[in-house]
Design a protein around this ligand. Structure first.
Ligand code: ATP
Ligand code: FE
Length: 335
């Protein structure tokens, strides 16, 4: 079967076509408009989705060499995300499924970040159940126990900022453009992670907190800039390396704790921040040093993309888990 998947939860408009668990195309249109505002502007995001959605879907179909009449179902992101953005993809998916008279499949975006590991890949086998999933993105930070495709239990999550926010807000303090996460990663490569030290927050259980880190970086930078106005420019690589090192340390401590508590040593990461090289390296090292089996998605399936929506579509299609035509978008969508 062929499934068309549509993702429009935040600021990327994406469409993909899958044949079973194989990705035939995965087109992503990123919105540049938000850069000048230093963050995603919801109203502008939904307008851009309106403009992008038809060309992006047409491109995905063309790249897959599929006519829309061949489609078996349409999967779409129902939430969580920005309501105005979700509405565009949801309404479009509903109309198209109605027009083609094929089933509609609703997908939870965060579940998709995890189930992206089940996309067919010649180099990598999917994780075996049960496994621990770490989802780190612009809006979420969670550790889950995944017992089956749709049986997931949250073990811990952030009490304030998400990891992606921690990266982006730190980058903003350093005067880097939005989204700054990938830039911190790039500069960190040339820096000394131990050049500066930022405090590790004390949070009980398996939960996270990142808002304190942002504050301590702000005070640190303000203090240093008073002494030397060029402090940031002269130490950018070291500051970025130290920030990244702190974030990686926080994440790895919680992951180790989760492995200890559950006895599960298979760990899969997902979400946009799993593109971070420091996190990827730390997880890979754990495979060598701690005997974990780790799963790291390909870059293109880490950040927001429709292929991950499509794999959930395929898994639900097999179980005949279809949505009704009156299904509505959900900005807050927990599972
Ligand atoms: P959610 O999935 O929670 O709805 P989102 O869709 O906005 O949020 P993603 O697209 O999954 O988030 O991830 C985007 C986030 O990932 C941004 O905060 C961005 O800065 C961060 N990010 C991407 N690449 C890197 C990197 N190499 N290092 C650090 N952060 C990164
Ligand atoms: Fe996402």
């Amino acid at each position: 079967n062929y499934i068309l998947a549509i993702e429009s939860s935040c600021d990327d408009t994406s469409a993909a076509v899958l044949r079973n668990n194989n990705v035939l195309s995965n087109v992503v249109a990123s919105q540049k408009i938000h850069e000048e505002y230093g963050g995603v502007v919801p109203e502008l995001a939904s307008r851009a989705h309106q403009q992008n959605i038809v060309p992006v879907i047409n491109q995905a179909l063309a790249k897959a060499n599929i006519d829309k009449k061949q489609l078996s179902a349409i999967a779409f992101t129902r939430g969580p995300g920005l309501m105005g953005s979700l509405l565009v993809g949801t309404s479009f998916a509903k109309s198209m499924a109605l027009g083609l008279n094929i089933p509609l499949i609703e997908v939870n975006h965060m579940q998709a970040h995890i189930l992206a590991h089940f996309i067919q890949d010649k180099d990598m086998a999917p994780p075996k159940f049960p496994f621990l999933a770490l989802t780190i993105s612009g809006g979420h930070t969670q550790i889950l126990k995944v017992s089956d495709y749709f049986e997931m239990q949250v073990l811990g999550q952030t009490l304030d900022d998400a990891v992606g926010e921690a990266f982006d807000k730190s980058a903003k303090i350093l005067g880097l453009p939005y989204p700054g996460g990938p830039l911190v990663d790039t500069y960190a490569k040339d820096g000394n992670p131990l050049a500066f030290e930022f405090p590790i927050p004390k949070v009980n259980d398996l939960n996270f907190s990142f808002s304190g880190l942002k504050t301590s970086i702000l005070y640190f930078v303000q203090r240093k800039t008073k002494e030397n106005p060029n402090f940031i420019a002269e130490n950018l690589a070291d500051i970025c390396a130290a920030i990244q090192h702190t974030i990686v340390t926080i994440i790895m401590r919680k992951l180790k704790k989760s492995v200890k508590l559950t006895g599960i040593k298979t760990v899969a990461i997902g979400g946009g921040v799993s593109a971070n090289s420091g996190i990827r390296k730390a997880i890979l090292d754990a495979e060598t040093n701690l005997g974990w089996k780790v799963h790291i998605p390909k870059f293109e399936y880490c950040t927001d993309n429709a292929a991950m929506i499509g794999i959930v579509g395929y898994l639900k299609f097999k179980k005949r888990l279809f949505a009704e035509q009156d299904v509505t978008a959900k900005a807050r969508y927990t599972f």
